[in-house]
Design a protein around this ligand. Sequence first.
Ligand code: 2F8
Ligand code: CA
Length: 131
Amino acid sequence: ASCLPGWNLHNNKCYYYSPKGKTDTWENSRADCLARGGDLAMPKTQDELVFVSKGNSYSWIGLSDKLQEGVWQWVDGTDLEDLGFWKEGEPNDQGSEDCVEVSRSQVKWNDAPCRNKFPWTCEAFGPGGSN
Ligand code: 2F8
Ligand code: CA
């Protein structure tokens, strides 16, 4: 059992890293993940976060407070628990920042403007069909 070509298996989930040099807005990144049969990655453990972070220097993940300022929600509709993954001083909504990116060097989250362009990481069910 394995993931589709271009995806990487980790702890029974499949992950896709956007190609080197390619960047897009959070919404377009999410649309790409959905079109591939997944969604933006939702790293909920340190182990998952490390794997999600390592595809590119910075990556959009499936977390935003677009719906209601200050209420962070995963793209699966669930609320964010306190995981302690924010970078020091984040989230700070500097200007207006409703989407979350993770840096490979720090493996921590920052809220950034959704219209900014970054690489992204998708996730999908693993070979077992669910997780
Ligand atoms: O110092 C943290 C701060 O760094 C940048 O702003 C200067 C980030 N801006 C963008 O990514 C556009 C902030 O989100 C971040 O909080
Ligand atoms: Ca920020």
